[in-house]
Design a protein around this ligand. Structure first.
Ligand code: CP
Ligand code: NVA
Length: 307
């Protein structure tokens, strides 16, 4: 899709519904072997200031499958770790690379990179959003049900980065989204408002502190850790607060009989999800993991003008 060539993905809301559909279709066609877009000699840079297994490896594998190369810009081995200004780093990397994926804390930092770059900048997770994760999640829903529109996605737990991108992504795809969090842990209201606008009346966005009401009849249950990277010191205090929001057998029984379960991983078994549900017949978590690579291959191909 020509419209995606050269574009950034800083927020899930940077995509239109058509662009999201195009990416999901492209990812499915890549996965099935129907197409094999190539970007020979293109170089992807990775600037990761937080730990990552899936995102780092799936982006690297995706770029190699496109015939390109990857440079891992470990912050501690570059001047990034010594505090070189973002505007300078961005302008330097812009001269060497074709696309750059960044994992960091502040959303403002990926925005600053984008402001000083001509190459596509991809948000590989910030404290505010994790759009690449949600591309894989919606691909997994589409694989299971054949479509997203009209279905209900229920997210239980912390109103965090993953929840934010999920709300926006579901709204774009016309999927109802229910977010159940303890009081005080809701998603940002600006994100909810933006999602309502994106949904254009096709689907609903509900935020509640009632997990049972949120789960009832849902087609997909989704959760994430109760304390994200950078919040490790809050983890113990949160466990009793979040306990009613665990995805377990009782929660599954309230969802639609054909419901599937997703988790972005890494998971804390016995906290946000039980081992039984993770390994159970309704879990699609390992397909979701695989789909990170196919979705990002489609995304990289699209922003590099090859799909
Ligand atoms: N889901 C996800 O982004 O995992 P990593 O932190 O391992 O990249
Ligand atoms: N919310 C989690 C997601 C990890 C992929 C975090 O930010 O740590």
């Amino acid at each position: 899709m020509a419209a995606l060539k050269g574009r950034n993905l800083l927020s899930m809301a940077d995509l239109t519904a058509d662009e999201m559909s195009h990416l999901l279709t492209t990812a499915a066609r890549i996965k099935s072997g129907e197409i094999n877009p190539q970007c020979p000699q293109k170089i992807l840079g990775l600037v990761f200031k937080k730990a990552s297994t899936r995102t780092r490896v799936s982006f690297s594998a995706a770029m190699y499958k496109l015939g390109g190369q990857v440079i891992d810009l470990n912050a501690n081995l570059t001047q990034i770790g010594r505090g070189e200004p973002t505007a300078d780093t961005a302008r330097v990397l812009d001269r060497y690379l074709d696309v750059l994926a960044i994992r960091t804390y502040e959303q403002a930092e990926v925005e600053e990179f984008a402001q000083h770059s001509t190459i596509p900048i991809i948000n590989a997770l910030t404290d505010r959003e994790h759009p690449c994760q949600i591309l894989a999640d919606l691909l997994t829903v589409q694989e299971e049900f054949g479509h997203c529109e009209g279905l209900t996605m229920t997210y239980l737990g912390d109103g965090n980065n993953v929840a934010h991108s999920l709300i926006l992504g579901c709204a774009l795809m016309g999927m109802n989204v229910r977010i159940a969090t303890p009081k005080g842990y809701e998603p940002e209201s600006a994100i909810v408002k933006e999602a309502e606008k994106l949904a254009q009346g096709r689907s609903q966005v509900v935020v509640t502190d009632d997990p049972k009401a949120a789960i009832e009849g849902a087609h997909t249950l989704y959760t994430d850790v109760w304390a994200s990277m950078g919040q490790e010191d809050l983890a113990a205090k949160r466990i009793p607060i979040f306990e009613p929001y665990q995805i377990n057998a009782a929660a599954m029984a309230l969802a639609d009989a054909k419901a599937i379960v997703l988790h972005c991983l890494p998971a804390h078994r016995g906290e946000e999800i039980t081992a039984e549900v993770m390994e159970g017949s309704q879990s699609r978590i390992w397909d979701e993991v695989e789909n990170r690579m196919h979705a990002q291959q489609a995304l990289l191909a699209a922003v590099l003008g090859a799909a």
